[in-house]
Design a protein around this ligand. Sequence first.
Ligand code: ADP
Ligand code: GLC
Length: 485
Amino acid sequence: MRVLSVASECFPLIKTGGLADVVGALPAALAPEAVAVRTLLPGYPEVIARAGAAGPIHVFDDLFGDDLFGGPARLLAVRMAGLDLLILDAPHLYARPGGPYSDPQGRDWPDNPRRFAALSWAAAEIGRGALPGWVPQVVHAHDWQAGLAPAYLHYGAAARPGTVFTVHNLAFQGQCDASLLSALRLPREAWNIDGVEYYGSIGTLKAGLRLSDRITTVSPTYAREITTPAEGMGLDGLLRARSGVLHGILNGIDEAAWDPARDPHLAAPFDAGHLEGRETNRMALRARMGLDGAPEALVVGVVTRLTGQKGMDLLLEALPALLGHGMSLALLGAGEPRLEAGFQAAAAAHPGRIGIRIGYDESLAHLIQGGCDALLVPSRFEPCGLTQLCALRYGALPVVARVGGLADTVIDANEAALAAGVATGVQFAPTTGPALESALARLAALWRDRGVWATTQANALHAPVGWARSAARYAALYREVTRTA
Ligand code: ADP
Ligand code: GLC
């Protein structure tokens, strides 16, 4: 089975969040299912640099030579990090400083609609046989950046590959002005409510959700939530109408990249049967974050984008309660300036108790997971969430809001679960300051009872967090929609 995966991020080449982790990990997870995945990515500078001297295997001459997309483009093919990559090398679109979506000042590039339409168009062309030696049977598009790929295939020739569209986060909808319809090579017939039209604009996320053969999202609970007006962000009606082809397939983590027994970022290796190394990591984390309080003080870890979605404003408000329980905080994150400033001020006010690193730091993310006692994820909504899965695997108890994939992956340490010996962490609801504070109180009580803590930690360390089951589900979906151009 040949599948073209198309996305704007892929670990370890380019990453702003969990999308990259999933796109990077799925191909290896699908290999045992006899699915061969090629992954199409934009040729961002980081990607081109890592691809090295890859030769072009296709030139989109007629496609990009006009003023629609504004310049030449070619496809580079390279195998690296276990991935079979196709890179859309179009310097006028992607060879820029800053992040994948924004300039160095954080402002979105004004031509983002065109940049990601080009990516989607290239995917559709590959789906239609642009690479004669390799024609995919399924095109799997991820998030709004690739949302037009199913649309281009839908409005193209009848002979086309099947399409699967995965929404990783309904909050990012990729809307653009209706006047771009023909510039983005969408036919006039696409301009209606059953096409790409979305509240008077072109909706690229909407297009993917409406025009793909199957929709998936990244947890069963989020799949249900997004069909409700409260969580559907304007798309719940469409998602209810398509609920027959909507599937919630839980994310996993790459168990090789996140393996405490072989993690080069840790101070000492450990595993479920040998936890001594964990204490060494705890000391290393405390030293790195400048936490010099009592050694037995519970260390709460956070690794996150600093945004409202992640409930970080609630954590700021709950800091007095956290400190009141004698806990300390080790937080790594970057995002909204007011949240960055808020945490920096808190660290300045409580040196030795609150350690903050603002920025993106892959290595510190691993040390926090291997050294903190509990990992906090107080999200308002969370399609899946990956950091709580890493926490389980690293023996840090996840303390999570009961939403989306967080609800599906953590077993709350309530009386029944403790009696049955199956708890793996703490859940709380709703996502409010008071509920977060009572979760911290429950965590403190758990910490005082070291026997129960040890059992819960052992359960966490054995919780399934890999890809095997979900990879089989993706493979089954691919088989359902398989067609050939
Ligand atoms: P989202 O994609 O919504 O940000 P996820 O939990 O799915 O949330 O994925 C986040 C990924 O990004 C995880 O792999 C996490 O370890 C990583 N991450 C988030 N913030 C940082 C950071 N500041 N430094 C390093 N890694 C980070
Ligand atoms: C999005 C979601 C996150 C999910 C990730 C990977 O970024 O916010 O919950 O884990 O995608 O699917």
